[in-house]
Design a protein around this ligand. Structure first.
Ligand code: MEV
Length: 308
């Protein structure tokens, strides 16, 4: 038997814009997925058929990362599904790590590349931010050009993403889950349609890219007031791109009273919002009172791991 483990993620700035090649900033969080694998007479996941839709990332990862006999997978994940916290990416990365371990290899750069390909195959248009954050752990800055702290560069059609290690200061976040599951693929496709139809949407995408770099600067100099204001602006622009939801707005509004700023995180359309706060208990209660399932998360330095 072999196993792999990978963390979920929070996008702090730049989701959706990153798919167009704009910068984005994310951090791994202390909610992890674990996948165990062992040879078996049939292809199964948790004792069920690998053809079940919920195992499509595991199945695609197995096709890419394994050419031997059938396998039995066991998946254990603390990351809520469809909530914008990178559950599919973490399961994909953990599966590839488990398969690599079983075959006697463990190469995080290859895992990041394969996981991005798997996400593309299953989800459609995507950026590597989720899969690379699940692989690298810690803070990750994605941008087109290469800078200090380069982890790896990934390409697809005309787009290039260079993934960088980013040493964020310790920060406290509260996540509010709307409980509305939203699939990432259709949301990403919807934004592309809007951008293709309306040149002003292209401007919005570029503005989000600028906010990401300003937000990174604010966080690095520990100016949480400025970072929070930029999160608020990023949230408004995501609404303009059509990936908001009234329930997300309600949770964001409730959180802002006790936090520096708040925004939806991940693909939107439901899913989760994140607040940057130094009053996590009050923020958690405020989001809860507004109807969200709220919990504090810590940043997670560890990326993909092999499990014994
Ligand atoms: C989803 O967590 C992040 C998006 O930007 C999609 C992607 O980057 O693939 C919405």
């Amino acid at each position: 038997m072999a196993g792999g483990s990978a963390p979920g993620k929070l996008i702090l700035f730049g989701e959706h814009a990153v798919v167009f090649g704009e910068p984005a900033l994310s951090t791994a969080i202390d909610l992890r997925a674990e996948v165990y694998v062992r040879p078996h007479a049939q292809w199964l996941a948790d004792g069920m058929s690998l053809d079940e839709p919920r195992y499509r990332y595991v199945k695609a990862a197995a096709r890419r990362g394994w050419s031997g006999e059938p396998l039995w997978f066991e998946i254990r994940s603390m990351i809520p599904v469809g909530s914008g916290l990178g559950s599919s990416a973490a399961v994909t990365v953990a599966t590839l790590a488990a398969l690599g371990s079983l075959g006697g290899t463990f190469d995080p750069v290859a895992i990041a590349r394969d996981a991005f390909e798997v996400e593309h195959e299953v989800q459609g248009r995507a950026s590597p931010i989720d899969t690379s954050t699940a692989t690298a752990g810690g803070g990750v800055l994605v941008r087109r050009d290469v800078g200090e702290g380069l982890l790896w560069t990934l390409r697809r059609d005309t787009r290039t993403w260079s993934l960088h290690r980013c040493d964020l200061p310790p920060l406290t976040f509260v996540v509010g889950d709307t409980g509305i599951g939203a699939a990432t693929g259709p949301l990403v496709a919807g934004v592309k349609e809007r951008v293709d139809r309306d040149p002003r949407m292209g401007e919005v995408v570029r503005e989000i890219g600028g906010i990401t770099l300003d937000g990174l600067g604010a966080l690095l100099r520990k100016d949480l007031v400025a970072a929070g204001e930029l999160m608020d602006r990023n949230h408004g622009l995501l609404n303009t791109l059509g990936v908001g939801h009234p329930r997300l707005d309600r949770l964001v509004e409730a959180a802002r009273r006790t936090s520096y700023g708040a925004k939806l995180t991940g693909a939107g359309g439901g899913g989760s919002m994140v607040a940057l706060t130094d009053r996590p208990e009050e923020t958690r209660r405020a989001i809860g009172a507004a109807g969200g399932r709220a919990f504090a998360v810590a940043t997670e330095p560890d990326g993909v791991r092999r499990l014994p």
